[in-house]
Design a protein around this ligand. Sequence first.
Ligand code: EPZ
Length: 421
Amino acid sequence: MSRILIEGGNSLAGTVCVGGAKNAALPIMAGCILGEGPIILSNIPYLNDVGTMQKVLEALGVKSRRLENGDMELASPGGCNEEAPYDLVKTMRASFFVMGPLLARLKRARIPLPGGCAIGVRPVNIHLKGFEALGARVSLEAGCAVAMADRLIGAPIMLDFPSVGATENLMMAAVLAEGTTTIENAACEPEITDLGNFLNAMGASVSGMGTPTITINGVQKLHSAKYSIIPDRIEAGTFMVLGALFKGPIIVDNCIPAHLQAVVAKLQEMGADVQCEESRAIVRGPERLKPVEIKTLPFPGFPTDMQAQLMVAMCLAGGTSVITETVFENRFMHVAELVRMGANLSIRDRTVVVTGVEKFIGAPVNATDLRAGAAMVLAGLCAEGKTEVGNIHHIDRGYENLVGRLRLLGARIDRLEEENH
Ligand code: EPZ
């Protein structure tokens, strides 16, 4: 398996450019099912998950290719088929985002239930209940969710939880329905707003994104569009934490700091100097970070996808911090890995008490999920001695050329490609 090797202790400084948002690219690519296209998407990152989504779409009849300038063109002039392949869906749960657009376009869809993953069971009951509210008959057959509808009729939908994926799937299911759909208790993440803006660029009528009530007035047909997706706020936040761990300055360029207010506020509370401009942030770390308390929440609260990265900073703070994970039931696998590097952590149910230590000691560790993997790299960069991060396929799902970009900031870091034995 490939590994990342880090020699810690260098002081890092410089500019890092943030890529397009993985969690905007995936639902928006799925949204291309809704029209024949061609659709041109810009700022789509070169990530493994994006490649997997291209394969899922290909299997459904949506062809995609990169143009000379890196844009992605997607089209399905020959129509779509209704079933997504299990071997692809099981590798990436975001494949489930194709269910809403397939139901809208074909009035039927058969999608393997995505398995759970390291961070939790991650059911899709909220998605399926919403499809039924729109008039679909939903059943489970041999591990697949099957939805069929003679017609989709706009309806009020109340989500039990502001699920990001369910909000996105239901927005896409509703855009071609007859009449008006309101999604209450909708997720407010910036990626939801990006999806709504994309759907409107295709001729849909979606409003209220970024608030708990999204209104979709069904239209007859959607047309071709060109659309550029937002920068990745979690990648930007990861680099901001890096800036807080060093004197820097680290300039996080091509990002939208307004999408990271909760993260910026916490880093400032810890004593980092974070100067935000419209499309970049300049971050300098203090002599020693201060302890904080964090609770992960749906947007605009502190994002769960930044929990592991902030924990790394808390491990080195002068005092005791507390972090509570309220979104996923099992998102603390990185705790054991950080303890291997000398962190002083204790888990109590969905809370971790972090007693700050002077330093990390380099060690062989593993990435346990996408964001935890990035956190282990952050820890290695500020550790004493050598750190080796294994299972970095997790990191490749969400960070493009992380090693190359960190090297430009002065990190002593290499990637060791090893053939799978
Ligand atoms: C999206 O996952 C993101 N993935 C996740 O990012 C992110 O952590 C998560 O939203 C929360 O912000 C993509 O956008 C591709 P949810 P999603 O539905 O949509 C429960 C990353 O690192 N739930 O908001 O799957 C669920 O179990 C990934 O890029 C139900 O119970 O998240 C979880 O506890 C990791 N029933 C909570 O809601 C449902 O039908 C939040 O899940 C749906 C969700």
